[in-house]
Design a protein around this ligand. Structure first.
Ligand code: URA
Length: 188
């Protein structure tokens, strides 16, 4: 995909000038990591300071919580896809603005449709509301699965709390709310 403001190579955004403020605040574009045919695709909000430096999503404290949560299910980070709604660090780590989410949505949709995972897992309020296009009370709804369509393609979305707001056990056990005691991540 290429236009005058953004250019993708496969699932990666190579250059983009759509958000003037984020172009100023970023050191680099932080693309998703992990297999391009992963069964699980985690979606966070936006890169923070560590991700902006390291060039990879979830490598700071939230990343350690996510790694621990994956480990509780015998999963390694390398086995799953991890990305963000917005690929450039917002100034002072503020939440991305609606316009920024909209500007980056095409990249996210292309990534999710390209990977076509069994489950898209939204980490926190921003990605949950962005992908489901509705308000969400994430702590109440965590563990529930909802169908959505992205650019016409159907996906299953598992709502999860953001690792920054949770312990690894809470993230890993997100789907035990069906009473079976079994997490929905088991089996991947
Ligand atoms: N929080 C996010 O939402 N994404 C990251 O990549 C890091 C922290």
């Amino acid at each position: 995909m290429s236009d005058d403001t953004g250019h993708m190579d496969g699932l990666a955004v190579i250059e983009c000038e759509r958000c003037p403020e984020l172009c100023e605040s970023r050191s680099r574009i932080v693309n998703g990591t992990g297999p391009d045919d992963a069964d699980l695709l985690f979606v966070g909000e936006a890169p923070g300071e560590h991700e902006d430096k390291g060039g990879e999503p979830f490598v700071g404290r939230s990343g350690s919580v996510l790694d621990d949560a994956l480990g509780e299910h015998g999963l390694k980070r390398e086995a799953v896809r991890i990305t963000n709604c917005v690929r450039c660090r917002p100034p002072e780590n503020r939440d991305p603005h609606k316009g920024e989410l909209d500007n980056c949505r095409e990249y996210l949709e292309r990534e999710i449709n390209g990977v076509d995972p069994e489950l898209v897992i939204t980490l926190g309020k921003v990605p949950t509301e962005h992908l489901l296009e509705r308000d969400a009370a994430v702590t109440k709804e965590a563990g529930t699965i909802e169908d959505t369509r992205l650019d016409g393609t159907a996906h299953r979305v598992l709502i999860c709390v953001h690792p920054a707001a949770a312990t690894a056990a809470a993230v890993a056990g997100v789907a035990e709310s069906d009473g079976s005691g079994q997490s929905r991540l088991d089996g991947f």
